[in-house]
Design a binder for this molecule. Structure first.
Ligand code: EPZ
Length: 418
């Protein structure tokens, strides 16, 4: 899907079931190579990042197949420890094969990770931690070379609770000798999912309050079957879609326990969010108010991945709102595209000031990264006339069948070219 045309102005009504979590399944897929057997992940989302990771797993020697919504990975015959550059450079999560391959093969060779350009996105925390576990890591010609036949557990303190670095340490420590302790680990729900998956594999891993994780390395593992948690960012995006169009939708499989900061903020804006058993009913028909200041933060703070989609909603919400982006240094790119649609957003360093306008106008816009693309979809749903969104391949990385889902809720969307 390269470009999409949306004819805006239709409130969304109906029901949507939330897909499995992209940012939970990607480290879990890397973890599959730690076990010389078969792992199964139910509710695995059919998204581009998963398809690309399956290509990496097959390149390494795994057999991978779908059993309905469940993905099965037989990693008994992993024979390679080098990741193909043309796939790995497409996504950030390829860096997680550094820890997983060291854990399984004692060696790893991979290119610098790609993924959404949200700033510099260094991997210094990953490399420093893997070195502390006893591996020898070299970086040359845009590649990472790591050697570490028998890693040894260590106490590691992260200067920043990096999600990826926490995951890489867990993957390398899962088969290391002795105990590894991570202090100031990331607390995102995706870390807990990885821990639960590894516990089912037979790794003794425990999360403590305050961002401390203990991993006792283990080499005798077993076949895990894991039912993947729903995607909190995708759920938040559909919450915002109901809000921006003034519609009413029912969301099933919403991971409410991971979205308290998001739902509290949206309720505070005047959006109706009610629990109905396992479902959540979202009512966007009520009058909304802006947000004086929203700051993105590591979990349980407001997630940076919903910052751009929220900006789209604030662009058509009366009054002046401000967003401060504290996680990535270049994550306001979408403001320029929204302004081309008639929004009034001024960006100064880490802060965006959004003055709500009565309406946006359809025009041709260009997506620059995954969550920015989602924000443009939301803007297109409410804009007068037709919005053409180009470079839509970004959105396929994280949203399963988004055009089909929005169409089923009443949106007028056409995929122009594949
Ligand atoms: C993960 O990225 C997610 N990606 C991101 O989601 C998410 O925005 C991010 O966590 C924060 O929650 C996946 O899980 C695949 P970080 P990651 O390491 O691991 C700096 C999406 O849209 N940093 O917590 O890359 C870094 O530059 C994506 O689904 C270092 O300085 O995030 C950034 O400023 C986008 N050195 C901050 O930490 C390092 O070695 C947060 O990065 C690593 C990170």
């Amino acid at each position: 899907m390269e470009c999409v045309e949306i004819r805006g102005g239709k409130p969304l009504y109906g029901r949507v079931e939330i897909q499995g979590s992209k940012n939970a399944v990607l480290p879990i897929l890397a973890a599959c190579i730690l076990h010389e057997g078969t792992s199964r992940i139910d509710h695995c989302p059919r998204i581009q990042d998963v398809f690309d990771t399956i290509m990496i797993l097959r390149f390494l020697g795994c057999r991978v197949w779908w059993e309905d919504q469940c993905l099965a990975v037989d990693a008994s015959k992993v024979s390679r420890c080098k990741i193909p550059a043309q796939i790995a450079s497409r996504m950030r999560s390829s860096v997680l094969f550094l820890g997983a391959l060291l854990g399984r093969m004692g060696r790893a060779q991979l290119p610098y990770p790609g993924g959404c350009v949200l700033g510099s996105r260094p991997i210094d925390l990953h490399i420093a931690a893997i070195n502390e576990l006893g591996a020898k890591v070299e970086e040359k010609e845009g590649c990472i070379f790591a050697e570490g036949r028998m890693l040894k557990g260590k106490e590691i303190t992260l200067r920043f609770p990096s999600v990826g670095a926490t995951e890489n340490i867990i993957l390398a420590a899962a088969r290391a000798q002795g105990i590894t302790v991570i202090n100031n680990a990331a607390r995102e729900p995706e870390i807990g999912e990885l821990c639960r998956f590894l516990q089912k594999m037979g790794v003794d891993i425990r999360e403590f309050s305050g961002g401390r994780i203990e991993i006792a390395g283990e080499t005798c593992l077993q076949d895990p079957k894991h039912d993947l948690v729903a995607d909190r960012i995708v759920a938040g995006t559909y919450l915002l879609a109901a809000a921006i169009t003034g519609g009413r939708i029912t969301i099933s499989r919403m991971p409410q326990e991971h979205m308290e900061t998001v739902t509290a903020l949206l309720k505070n804006m005047g959006i109706g969010i009610e629990k109905h058993g396992c479902d959540v009913l979202v009512d966007g028909s009520r009058k909304r108010r802006g947000i004086e200041l929203l700051e993105t933060a590591p979990y349980p703070g407001f997630p940076t991945d919903l910052q751009s989609p929220l900006m789209a909603l604030l662009a058509v919400t009366e009054g002046e709102s401000r967003i401060k982006e504290n996680i990535f240094e270049d994550r306001f790119k979408t403001a320029q595209q929204l302004n081309a649609m008639g929004a009034n957003i001024k960006v100064r360093e880490k802060e965006a000031v959004i003055r709500g306008v009565p309406t946006l106008y359809g025009t041709r816009v260009e997506a620059g990264e995954l969550r920015g693309a989602a924000a443009l979809f939301l803007a297109g749903l409410i804009a007068e006339g037709t919005t053409t969104i180009c470079s839509c391949h970004y959105i396929s990385r994280g949203y399963e069948n988004i055009c089909g889902v929005l169409t089923s809720l009443g949106a007028e969307i056409e995929e122009l070219c594949n």
